[in-house]
Design a protein around this ligand. Structure first.
Ligand code: GLN
Length: 188
């Protein structure tokens, strides 16, 4: 069997780190910058960065509608931080909406703009002691019925799964711990 091919949106933000982890886990990583890059991908990662910039570039590059359709048709997707904002149906403090495919409501920059960036260790699904860098992170304040909560911090939800969609407010790609990406690859 050929290796899984994971597309990583590479228009802005921390895409290189995701590609490195995907390759460490034995899958192929394909940087996505154009519609032609979508050919043959088995899954998609939406990295952290700035959701407003990413949302704008997705539209300018013609990637928005093809990706939204692929996700709606069941392409497994993992959004970290800004990527989670792109997936959220509701953004409390922003009038913009992006893919809006996950039944979650998020608040951008929920822990403050800079001082809210921190590294903690916490549990994720059935894993303990997972390193979790939060960088101007959102949190999830509301989840729909089909959404499974995988992690919480200070009373707010920070990681969720809905069917083949995974989202974390934190950045496992900034650490050496491969377990969250391994969890995603197992979803595929
Ligand atoms: N604050 C960013 C946003 O709202 C997300 C930050 C991140 O991805 N690290 O898009």
């Amino acid at each position: 069997m050929s290796a899984l091919k994971v597309g990583v949106l590479a228009v802005q933000g921390a895409f290189a780190e995701h590609c490195a982890i995907v390759r460490k886990l034995g899958a192929e990583a394909a940087e996505i910058r154009a519609v032609s890059d979508l050919e043959g991908i088995d899954a998609l990662i939406l990295p952290g960065g700035e959701s407003t910039v990413q949302g704008k570039l997705l539209k300018e590059l013609g990637l928005f509608s093809p990706l939204k359709n692929m996700i709606a048709q069941g392409l497994p997707v993992y959004g970290t931080c800004a990527g989670m904002i792109l997936l959220a149906a509701e953004i409390e403090n922003d009038s913009r909406r992006h893919f809006a495919v996950m039944d979650i409501s998020v608040r951008r920059n929920a822990y403050g703009r800079q001082l809210g960036s921190t590294l903690i260790r916490g549990s994720f699904a059935d894993m303990e002691d997972v390193p979790m860098p939060f960088i101007r992170a959102p949190y999830i304040y509301k989840t729909g019925t089909g959404v499974e909560i995988l992690s919480r911090r200070q009373g707010f939800t920070t990681a969720v799964r809905q069917g083949k969609m995974l989202a974390t407010a934190f950045h496992p790609e900034m650490t050496c711990d491969l377990r969250v990406h391994q969890y995603f690859l197992e979803m595929i």
